[in-house]
Design a protein around this ligand. Structure first.
Ligand code: PGA
Length: 252
């Protein structure tokens, strides 16, 4: 019922020429209708990416957005500006934004709401730190991070569960740990929206997802795709993850 979504979060990698080369190679691979694909280059590469992706099914995400439409916010960009240059998605609340740039649940929700109002689809990131997991506070953290999401439009919302201890560390959540967290998050979404809506919201796993572990993670019932950092920077490994999702969609 939920279509797989594979999203590449490039972080601060790939300027305009590397972006062009990557997208041209990606467009040359066989499209897989069973899987939605999104790429998220840095801001300066978005216009080029948008141009190259015109007419393709691949979505384009920005990595951050401000909640106001315009104003004295040095260094920020608005949803309207992102829409104008052809972005259709935005990643909000990534753990790097939370730990390095002061993002909070409140600001992440404000960004998400403004983005949706401007017509952007949102990938909303949550996840516990190692210390929180080890002190058995994972569920408590996920509950508070999803609190208030009910104010968003569920049809344009994707949640990414990214345990902070697994991001860029090579340490992946086991499929069982991912499924347990995803099922818990779906329960939170049921309370925020309704059972029916929660069933339709995709929950992505992120944190050292790569071709060698994609299939086992994506075959879990509540894992509806992935938000991929490191392994999304190489077309072959990104494509291999898309293929793994297509196999899972086909029940293989
Ligand atoms: P990673 O990053 O795949 O490199 O662990 C995931 C993310 O930060 O979204």
């Amino acid at each position: 019922m939920r279509k797989f979504l594979i999203a590449g979060n490039w972080k601060m990698h790939k300027g305009v020429s590397e972006t062009s080369a990557f997208i041209e190679s990606l467009l040359a691979t066989d499209p897989t209708p069973a899987v939605d694909v999104v790429v998220s280059p840095p801001f300066t590469s978005l216009p080029t990416a948008a141009m190259l992706l015109t007419g393709s099914e691949i979505g384009l995400a920005a990595q951050n957005v401000h909640w106001e439409s315009s104003g004295a916010f040095t260094g920020e960009l608005s949803s309207e500006m992102l829409v104008e240059i052809g972005a259709s998605w935005v990643i909000v609340g990534h753990s790097e934004r939370r730990t390095l740039f002061g993002e909070t649940d409140r600001t992440a929700r404000d960004r998400a709401r403004a983005a949706q109002q401007a017509g952007l689809k949102v990938i909303y990131c949550i996840g516990e730190t190692l210390e929180e997991r080890e002190s058995e506070r994972t569920f408590e953290v996920l509950e508070s991070q999803t609190d208030g999401l009910g104010a968003l439009e569920s049809a344009e919302l994707v949640v990414a569960y990214e345990p902070v201890w697994a991001i860029g560390t090579g340490r992946t959540a086991s499929p069982e740990q991912a499924q347990e967290a995803h099922a818990f998050v779906r329960g939170c979404l049921e309370r925020a929206f309704s059972t029916e809506r929660a069933e339709s919201i995709r929950i992505l796993y992120g944190g050292s997802l790569k071709p060698t572990n994609a299939h086992e993670l994506l075959s879990k019932p509540d894992v509806d795709g992935g938000l991929i950092g490191g392994a999304s920077l190489d077309v072959d490994s990104f494509s291999a993850i898309i293929r793994a999702a297509a196999e899972c969609a086909a029940g293989e």
